[in-house]
Design a protein around this ligand. Structure first.
Ligand SMILES: [Zn+2]
Length: 84
């Protein structure tokens, strides 16, 4: 898997948050909190969630469940993805 993110004038914390956000999309198939593809749709910019556009870093339980589902799926496929 490969991807590119272009950043300009972003703090180190911002880079980490953006990387986590993009990994949420790419590796764990998380949608924006405001996406109509999302299980629970919230107005854009109204949460402290990582998958919103409000600078947040929180995740909801169902998002952790998706992440754990894909980690287990990757591990079953033979990839060694470690987490703690
Ligand atoms: Zn996004």
């Amino acid at each position: 898997m490969c991807g590119f993110v272009f950043l300009n004038n972003v703090s180190a914390d911002g880079v980490a948050r953006i990387a986590a956000h993009e990994l949420g999309h790419g590796a764990f198939r998380l949608y924006h909190t405001f996406s109509s593809d999302n299980r629970y749709i919230l107005p854009e910019g109204t949460t402290d969630n990582l998958m919103d556009y409000n600078g947040g870093t929180a995740l909801y339980k169902y998002q952790w469940d998706y992440i754990m589902f894909y980690i287990k799926k990757l591990n079953r496929s033979g990839l060694s993805l470690r987490y703690s």
